[in-house]
Design a protein around this ligand. Sequence first.
Ligand SMILES: Cc1cc2nc3c(=O)[nH]c(=O)nc-3n(C[C@H](O)[C@H](O)[C@H](O)COP(=O)(O)O)c2cc1C
Length: 220
Amino acid sequence: MKEKTKISRRQFLKTAGLATGALVVACGGLGAAATISPSVDFVEKHFEGDGKMKKVLVAYSSKAGSTSEVAAAIGEVLSKSGADVTVEQIKNVKDITAFQAVIVGSMVRMGAWVSEAKNFVENNKAALEKVPTAIFTACDTMKEDTEEKRAEVTGYIEPILKIIKPVENGLFAGKMDTSKLSFMDRTIINMMAKGKDPNADYRDWGKINAWAEKLPALML
Ligand SMILES: Cc1cc2nc3c(=O)[nH]c(=O)nc-3n(C[C@H](O)[C@H](O)[C@H](O)COP(=O)(O)O)c2cc1C
């Protein structure tokens, strides 16, 4: 059986600091290159609605692609109720006011949603307050779905919960795929793993789908 690698927020932050320092010293001007990610296929989809139900946006931030697959699964479940669902990367969202319900999701990096996702919520606060909005988070910590871990992840998303009050807040285990990370992020993760293979897919599709199935009653 594959041995699990435990990674806490504090460890992430400490190792990230060490890795960044090491890279700056070792690479000098090449430091910027270390942050370039390999090309990743992010899932973006449109599910045509029945014309009677709401238009729903599922917008997400993902680094290595796995959160985009979570977003697509949520979108697919919602589409079964007849909603017209658009699943896309946050950076590609043009007009949020075109939607009557919104789901925003992010992977966790260094104990927080990626800044693009937080900025999206901040910049669209007024529009999001006018429609039912749900959020979801995919991260390593949730591979153990305990009260303690849920509290830890709730701490990660506290800044988001201060901006909006979502109708639902999904906390999901994610996936680690170092082949899709920048040199910098791969170095951080490999240092954390201390020689063990950090790659693993902890996503629980049963939990993700069950969460999405609750949404139509709350949002549509
Ligand atoms: C550089 C880096 C830092 C991370 N920091 C955290 C963290 O602080 N806490 C956590 O639970 N997961 C952390 N993770 C795990 C990711 O949130 C998780 O693997 C997620 O599912 C990746 O989603 P993606 O494939 O959409 O990028 C980190 C991953 C990377 C690559």
